[in-house]
Design a protein around this ligand. Structure first.
Ligand code: A5P
Length: 223
């Protein structure tokens, strides 16, 4: 079985009948949604808040009912993927361009559960370029200001044109090198005018379901 499928499907064990949950974005949580769809067909009750248009499509394909953030006070949990996971379970996210909605949904949830294959586990964040969502207006200036902070931003493209997010913004993928203080970097980048959000998720994940070899295990935050 493919590792993403192993991790993604395992996560449904944490979903109880009747729950409202956040549905992340990407090729690992795809398997979670597909499995939930099978369960729904057998009578299981669950409703999801999608973190991207792409996830809306996956949920529709597999018959998982969707609600919006406005419909709930709080979500029981969110299941989502990650691009990098450090031992404290700080994350880089946004490889699929959905970081803003992913963070909003994670923050509306009591628990954030990450699903990943073991290639995502790293001793320090930063090999994966950090996605930063910025407004289109004056984007060159925002990029220059990020560069002054010591990162190397590259505008994310979709073929020949600049990629536009579900929220109508651009993404800069910022090569940072090793990130020694994710909380500080998240704060510094996010307070730059023109930045909408940054793909650093600090102190949000409760645990990660990680598949490697033929095994799937729960990874807790290192003390
Ligand atoms: C989407 O914007 C990302 O945060 C994804 O959750 C992340 O890229 C993980 O994706 P995969 O599960 O496809 O590796």
């Amino acid at each position: 079985m493919n590792l993403k499928q192993l991790a993604g499907e395992k996560a449904v064990e944490f979903v109880a009948d009747g729950m409202d949950i956040g549905l992340g974005t990407g090729s690992t949580v795809y398997w979670t949604i597909r499995k939930l769809g099978e369960m729904v067909r057998e009578g299981f009750r669950v409703r999801g808040v999608a973190t991207s248009r792409s996830t809306e499509g996956v949920a529709a394909e597999f018959g998982v009912p969707l609600i919006s953030l406005a419909d709930i006070d709080e979500l029981a949990l969110t299941i989502d993927g990650a691009d990098e996971i450090d031992p404290q379970l700080n994350l880089i996210k946004g490889g699929g361009g959905a970081l803003l909605r992913e963070k909003m949904v994670a923050e509306a949830s009591r628990r954030l559960i990450i699903v990943a294959d073991e290639s995502k586990l790293v001793p320090r964040l930063g090999a994966f370029p950090l996605p930063v969502e910025i407004v289109m207006f004056g984007w060159e200036r925002t990029a220059a200001r990020l560069e002054n902070m010591g990162v190397r931003p590259a505008r994310r493209m979709a073929g020949d044109t600049t990629l536009v997010t579900d929220n109508g913004n651009y993404i800069l993928d910022c090569s940072c090198g090793e990130i020694t203080d994710p909380g500080q970097l998240a704060h510094d980048v996010k307070t730059l005018t023109g930045v909408v959000d940054v793909g650093l998720f600090v102190n949000l994940a409760e645990f990660a379901i990680v598949a490697g070899g033929s095994e799937v295990r729960v990874v807790e935050r290192a003390s």
